[in-house]
Design a protein around this ligand. Structure first.
Ligand SMILES: NC(=O)c1ccc[n+]([C@@H]2O[C@H](COP(=O)([O-])OP(=O)(O)OC[C@H]3O[C@@H](n4cnc5c(N)ncnc54)[C@H](OP(=O)(O)O)[C@@H]3O)[C@@H](O)[C@H]2O)c1
Length: 177
């Protein structure tokens, strides 16, 4: 199970949510995930959208085809090995690959360096549904590892809550899309 699928499962537990798009690049894996989600939730609200986030033209084409307005997007694709996703770390030397790809997922949560998939997915869903999280803020973990309670990063780094900085960041990102 990955964090994206667990997030979709948690979202489907909300009666008010009527449609969940599964944005995937691999159709057979997407179909398998959709079937698992339908079986786990008893709901048929999942729709596959084929795209590769590394190929903006596939994202534009997929968005152009959407018939239903969207309330939220969870940007989860990537995996701990970058946008190579589930193929991440495959190009590392054997020992490093063994650690990062196979042992890291077991050891790092125990060392407090990583949380479990279920915890990560719940953080996404809380960010969308919990009223205590406000629009316009950047929430992330407080410590040096991406684990533990999330806090408004303006309390850690001056400038995050500055609307002018946010507008500049928005403009910079839009130059690439
Ligand atoms: N803070 C923490 O402790 C923590 C813990 C776990 C995960 N995470 C983060 O949560 C995210 C998901 O992690 P995960 O463990 O669920 O990873 P994962 O099992 O590797 O799954 C990543 C998913 O992203 C998809 N993906 C990768 N590149 C893509 C692309 N270019 N276009 C479309 N889809 C793409 C993969 O698709 P394919 O199947 O086609 O490869 C895969 O389904 C990552 O950003 C990871 O860093 C954080």
């Amino acid at each position: 199970m990955d964090q994206g699928r667990e997030s979709a499962r948690l979202l489907a537990a909300q009666d008010s949510i009527q449609k969940i798009y599964l944005a995937c690049r691999n159709e057979p894996k997407a179909k398998a995930a959709k079937a698992q989600l339908e079986a786990a939730t008893g709901r048929k609200i999942f729709e596959i959208v084929l795209l590769d986030i590394m190929k903006p033209e596939t994202v534009r084409a997929a968005v152009a085809k959407l018939a239903t307005p969207m309330d939220a997007v969870i940007l989860n694709a990537g995996g701990s090995g970058g946008t190579t996703g589930t193929a991440g770390f495959d190009d590392l030397p054997f020992i490093k690959r063994l650690f990062f790809k196979h042992l890291g997922g077991v050891l790092m949560p125990r060392l407090g360096m990583m949380h479990k998939i279920e915890t990560g997915a719940k953080r996404y869903i809380d960010g969308l549904l919990e009223p205590k999280f406000k629009s316009g803020c950047f929430y992330a973990s407080a410590g040096k590892f991406p684990t533990g309670p999330v806090v408004d990063q303006a309390s850690q780094t001056a400038g995050y809550s500055n609307p002018e900085f946010q507008d500049n960041a928005n403009m910079a990102v839009r130059q690439f899309i």
